[in-house]
Design a protein around this ligand. Structure first.
Ligand SMILES: *Cc1c(COP(=O)(O)O)cnc(C)c1O
Length: 374
């Protein structure tokens, strides 16, 4: 039985080797340049370590949502191109330009702000985002002409370099995604007519990069796949040749023997059916263990699978282990690599009626990340 190091109550073990391997695998599979998406602290895995591991595996670029995330990566020594694509109104982009962050541009206002922050000595690299159906950000079809013309003008002035055109897919169906791709291709033609021929075009995230080769265009943005989590409901990470990078585990904090009929946790929503042993696991919803998975989430202790008994509380939950000998300090694994016999993050997602993106990204800052190379 594996134990946590002495004095460690809970941890998320992050296998950076898995991240590098997942990138290698997806690079071969897609035959495309990989923009490794490490937003939201690398989907909970740590943005800096995830970025370095992805670059190690052959990713050439990094993607994040916010400029602040991009700046933090630069400060940590990430030298690869970093693209940030979600900006507040009135963003000035001065810091981004100084740090040579590439900007995803979704409106004329953003383009003008980027151009104003740049100079011929310090041009800003931009990727123009075309709205193709997701109804989030992106330049609307009726605004394309104006934005492309201004981008071409700023490019001629040497203030802006348009290095990419991009969009994002809804993953609704093959037909919907191909329709979005067609809208995108019209945008590419309109850009060329305005004199823009950027080297990069990218529309596929992990789902389309794997399942819809037409969308690859030689460059894909891979987020969830980096971390060895499947974006498909009906295909596991192992089915895709990916290895989960995160294992969430804790040391059993207390064990008590109780009689039949004992109420467990807030609201006594669980009562023991017989004399039994209860084990206390020191992870709760403050740590991102979803309260919605109360009485449903899977836990492996001592090589056996159990289910959460009763409510998941802020810091802890209880497991009814029956007559199985469990001791304080034993390892309780909530999820990890299911090919090793432990539950998958997707089982927690099912238990909480959400997606595994939400599970790994939601693991809170109180859980120390321990980096390993497996
Ligand atoms: C989050 C995000 C991605 C990565 O998506 P995955 O499904 O995790 O691969 C790619 N592009 C954009 C615009 C995103 O917001």
């Amino acid at each position: 039985m594996s134990r946590l190091p002495d004095g460690v109550m809970r941890e998320a073990r992050i296998d950076v080797g898995a991240i590098s391997d997942n990138v290698r695998h997806l690079r071969r599979l897609t035959d495309s340049e990989i923009i490794a998406v490490v937003k939201a602290d690398g989907y909970g895995h740590g943005a800096v370590r995830s970025a370095f591991a992805a670059l190690q595996g052959g990713a050439t670029r990094i993607g994040v949502a916010d400029v602040a995330e991009a700046l933090a990566l630069r400060r940590a020594g990430v030298l690869a191109p970093i693209l940030a694509w979600l900006h507040p109104p009135g963003a000035s982009f001065a810091e981004a330009v100084a740090a040579e962050i590439e900007l995803g541009i979704s409106s004329i206002d953003q383009l003008l702000a980027a151009g104003a922050a740049a100079s011929a000595d310090r041009p800003v690299a931009v990727h123009l985002k075309i709205e193709t159906g997701l109804s989030r950000n992106g330049i609307a079809p009726q605004e394309l002409r104006v934005v492309f013309a201004e981008a071409a003008r700023l490019e001629r002035l040497g203030r802006v370099r348009v290095v990419g055109l991009f969009s994002h897919l809804s993953n609704t169906s093959r037909e919907d995604d191909l329709a979005a791709l067609a809208v995108f291709q019209e945008g590419v033609i309109a850009a060329a007519a305005a004199g823009l021929n950027p080297p990069l075009r990218h529309i596929a995230a992990t789902h389309a990069a794997i399942s819809l080769p037409e969308t690859r265009m030689g460059c894909v943005r891979i987020g969830i796949g980096l971390y060895g989590v499947s974006p498909f409901a009906d295909r596991s990470a192992a089915d895709l040749g990916l290895r989960p990078a995160m294992t969430l585990r804790a040391a059993v904090a207390a064990v008590r023997r109780v009689p039949a009929g004992t109420g467990v946790s807030y609201g006594y929503t669980y009562r023991t059916a017989a004399d039994t042993t209860l084990a206390l696991v020191p992870l709760g919803y403050a740590d991102g263990v979803p309260r919605q998975a109360s009485s449903r989430g899977p836990v492996q202790i001592g090589g056996r699978r159990f289910t959460v008994a009763g409510r998941i509380a802020m810091d802890q939950f209880v497991v009814d282990v029956g007559d199985i000998p469990v001791a304080v300090g034993d390892e309780a694994v909530l999820f990890g690599d299911p090919t090793l016999g432990v539950p998958a993050a997707s089982e927690w997602a099912d238990a909480a009626d959400t997606i595994d993106y939400d599970i790994v990204t939601g693991i809170g800052p109180r859980v120390p990340r321990r980096q390993v190379t497996g």
